[in-house]
Design a protein around this ligand. Structure first.
Ligand SMILES: *Cc1c(COP(=O)(O)O)cnc(C)c1O
Ligand SMILES: [Zn+2]
Length: 430
């Protein structure tokens, strides 16, 4: 076996493949795998610890071969995820292996000469990157015996939970701010689970869910992004794995990643570090850039001010999927941006809309507002000389424009004509 799981000091009674234990990100305290998310010593966040080791080049090549022979979805990376080895045989919506689009037209517009790629995660089953994280949480929920899947959501997560629960035969009950985009609401409701609108913003919804977990009313519920968060979060590593494999097992030089809670960005970094450690990619520097909307920019504000803590904000932006004013992983994002030599930047709602149109017009990709944020931030970072246009750059599009049609309202018919040639000539389109 190429990847070995060295028995941890804890007694693991659950089968989650290569996962060894939960480990505190602040103090390193280890506890057995279970549906817990905060350290009993210091209240720090818990994350999955693996004891990966490859002992030789042959081990690395065997692992690479196993991955390449795997299914065209996230389960090709099962040897690196907290899931049992037979995960691919369970009912699951099987996200991942989305397109890495070589964006030459966009590169020309932005003056990028070193290679520009869009990792287009709108291609997932419910049209956002959230299917990756929910797939992990679902497997953990199965192992821990939960029968109801739940979450607090800015929209995309609600749909991903609804769909995953439907296919796996779980009940679902998810919570969203009451005023989300219609596309997100319908997309979450159509799978038949319960969808509850809360009068408040995402941070209110999240606080409510934390209360529900501690209450008998929430007993037996797996909240994918609360009590299953350590498992959920690992799903984002698959973005890093796929990007590198699709580049021919190469690290990109620069990545531009959107930030809501910051979980995705931190786990992309974790995934890249693992690939280096396992010898699957060459050990060389890469830079991670975080992207926010100006109307909800607590992390970029802290980055620019040189702060180590993130001061909460009250969100007000069209990029609702990223509208988390009190991002749980904010300080870790700051660490990663600084350690890798990246940055965190924000753009206005107007720049988000312009960027959505730019990506659509140049590459035929219709991104949701979060994609407008990353493309807009990429453009701004190039203009400011922060992002190097001569280096290989990957920009994430994490969601589908069909869910945020209002953002581009006003985009529509070029002309309306009567069904005859004279009328067409009058419109002067020929
Ligand atoms: C949830 C989400 C993100 C990022 O979420 P994190 O909380 O930072 O992991 C990015 N894009 C879209 C479209 C999302 O729905
Ligand atoms: Zn701790």
């Amino acid at each position: 076996m190429a990847v070995q799981t060295v028995a941890s000091t804890t007694t693991d009674s659950v089968d989650l493949g290569p996962a060894a234990a939960l480990s505190c990100r602040e103090c390193g305290h280890r506890v057995p795998l279970g549906p817990v998310f905060a350290c009993e010593e210091c209240f720090g966040p818990l994350e999955i610890a693996y004891d990966f080791s490859v002992n030789s080049k042959a081990d690395t090549e065997e692992l690479r071969g196993r991955i390449e022979a795997g299914p065209a979805n996230i389960w090709r990376y099962a040897p690196l995820l907290p899931v049992p080895a037979d995960v691919a045989t369970k009912p699951n919506i099987n996200p991942g292996w989305t397109k890495l689009v070589q964006a030459d037209n966009l590169a020309r517009e932005l003056g990028v000469t070193g290679g520009l790629y869009v990792k287009d995660d709108s291609g997932n089953p419910t049209h956002s990157f959230k299917d990756r994280v929910v797939a992990q949480a679902l497997e953990a929920a199965r192992v821990f015996g939960f029968t109801t899947l739940s979450c607090s959501s800015t929209g995309n997560l609600a749909g991903a939970v609804g769909a995953a629960a439907a296919r796996a035969g779980f009940r679902s009950c998810v919570f969203i701010p009451h005023d989300l985009e219609q596309g997100k609401v319908v997309m979450a409701a159509v799978y038949g689970g319960d969808l509850v609108g809360i009068e408040g913003n995402y941070d209110d919804v999240n606080r409510f869910c934390s209360e529900l977990i501690g209450d008998p009313a929430g007993e037996g519920w797996g909240f994918v992004n609360v009590n299953l968060r350590p498992y959920y979060a690992e799903g984002s590593k698959t973005l890093a794995y796929e990007i590198c494999e699709q580049l021919g097992w190469r690290l990109p030089d620069q990545l531009v990643v959107p930030i809501a809670s910051g979980s995705q960005l931190t786990k992309i970094d974790k995934g890249l570090q693992e690939l280096i450690k396992l010898g699957l990619v060459e050990d060389k520097p890469y830079k991670i850039f975080g992207a926010q909307a100006e109307g909800c920019s607590p992390v970029s504000t802290a980055f620019k001010a040189g702060h180590e803590v993130v001061r909460p904000q009250k969100p007000n932006t069209i990029a609702k999927s990223l509208a988390i004013g009190n991002p749980a992983d904010g300080p870790y994002v700051l660490d990663i941006a600084r350690r890798t030599g990246g940055a965190v930047e924000d753009v206005t709602d107007e720049q988000v809309v312009d960027a959505i149109k730019l990506l659509a017009r140049t590459e035929g990709i219709f991104a949701e507002t979060a994609g407008g944020v990353t493309v807009g931030v990429t453009r701004k970072l190039i203009e400011n000389g922060v992002l190097d246009p001569t280096k290989t750059t990957v920009v994430l599009n994490t969601g589908d424009g069909l869910k945020t049609l209002d953002a581009v309202a006003g985009t529509g018919l070029t002309a309306t004509i009567r069904p005859n040639l004279d009328s067409f000539r009058e419109a002067a389109l020929a």
